[in-house]
Design a protein around this ligand. Structure first.
Ligand code: ATP
Ligand code: MG
Length: 358
């Protein structure tokens, strides 16, 4: 028996509903693969603000650090929108990323044949798309110094941000990307703006250097403007994409929307040691909270990413993903994905459908 300690951060809105489904699915799959999970729930986001006044209570961070992986559902909602910035639920998320040293964000965008109608692009363009965007999360223009709004000599205000990467920052995200590509289609595209930016020239040099250690992975480079165009024009050419914080923010959202279904998209955030955080891309959906209408599949697929990229257990990860595909094949849909001839299920019923398959 291999045992894992998992911290559960159910958070706000639909968070507790979709988390319950993911936990039930993990419990169902565990014995088939000789695993046990030791789950600990902790407070985060609005729920934590209400109970303690702090969106990320220190004891939550301690619990997370002591675990093998962290599952996060969703945080935030109207109730906390007008609080000062340091007390908002989203501030807890930044604190969690910083506190766990999470520098790599993995966002898959996969077009499932069952959901091809959800994409806004033509079926012949998106059919078969299966992309992973690896985004650097703790450096680049969001954090580089100097930053701020300064006064010029003439008294005019000037806003400044600095895009900066050190060699070691590039190398560590580069290695995550090469390793990820190796587990997937063995193709890596590095995206930069090396024709204009010095920081990108260094980025490209370091990525080329790392490629020596990964001869089985085919490496290419694209300028970010071209990458954005290619992503929409011919997305099937991509397997794994690696890029910096700003370009990754934009490209991962663009890639995700090729799929057209926010309720289906998982993500992973990884550090060099310690637990990763696995969460759906969507938010807490306060408009449908507590109504048994939420689509739990992004949360369930996040649990699968936890198994594959956090705990290095591809077997149960694949079993969960296969269960999701099977349920969709059966024509079962939550409200957000409903179409003609499909069977409408609530969040709990979708969870039960997955358990039936597993
Ligand atoms: P955040 O700022 O936290 O990303 P948001 O307001 O941008 O939140 P979401 O909370 O993701 O966005 O909600 C956007 C819309 O998508 C809402 O109408 C919501 O009901 C819907 N939605 C989001 N997630 C799901 C889900 N899992 N199932 C069904 N509908 C969802
Ligand atoms: Mg949003």
């Amino acid at each position: 028996m291999t045992s894992y300690r998992i911290t559960l951060l159910a958070g706000d809105g639909i968070g507790p509903e979709i988390m319950a489904v993911a936990v039930a699915v993990l419990k169902a799959v565990a014995p088939q693969f000789g695993l046990t999970f030791d789950f600990t729930s902790a407070l985060m986001g609005g729920a934590a603000i209400d109970a303690t006044g702090d969106p990320l209570p220190p004891e939550t961070l301690v619990t997370c650090r002591q675990s093998d992986a962290v599952l996060l559902a969703a945080i935030g909602g109207y109730k906390w929108d007008n609080l000062p910035r340091h007390l908002r639920p989203e501030t807890g998320l930044l604190g969690l990323r910083a506190g766990l040293g999470l520098f790599a964000n993995l966002r898959p965008a996969q077009i499932l044949p069952q959901l091809i109608d959800a994409s806004s692009l033509k079926p012949e363009i998106v059919s078969g798309v299966d992309i992973m965007v690896v985004r650097e999360l703790t450096g680049g223009i969001y954090f580089g110094q100097p930053k701020g709004i300064f006064s010029t000599a003439s008294g005019e205000k000037r806003g400044v941000n600095t895009m900066a990467y050190t060699e070691s920052e590039i190398d560590r995200i580069g290695r995550v990307a090469f390793e990820t590509a190796r587990q997937r289609g063995k193709k890596l595209c590095s995206v930069d703006k090396a024709n204009v930016l010095e920081v990108s020239q260094l980025w490209r040099d370091r990525i080329n250097g790392l490629a020596q250690d990964y001869p089985d992975v085919e490496l290419s480079h694209l300028y970010v403007d071209n990458a954005a165009m290619q992503l929409v024009r011919a997305p099937k050419q991509f397997d794994t994409i690696v890029t910096g914080n700003l370009f990754g923010d934009i490209l991962s959202d663009a890639a995700a929307m090729l799929t057209g279904s926010i309720g289906m998209l998982p993500s992973a955030s990884l550090g060099s040691a310690g637990p990763g955080v696995f969460e759906p891309v969507h938010g807490s959906a306060p408009d449908i909270a507590g109504q048994n209408k939420a689509n739990p599949l992004a949360m369930v697929l996040s649990a699968a990413m936890m198994l594959r990229y956090g705990l290095h257990q591809p077997g149960p990860a694949q079993a969960i993903e296969q269960a999701v595909f099977t349920v969709l094949d059966q024509g079962k849909r939550t409200r957000d994905l409903m179409g003609p001839g499909m069977t409408l299920l609530g969040c709990q019923e979708m969870g039960q459908a997955l358990l039936d398959v597993l």
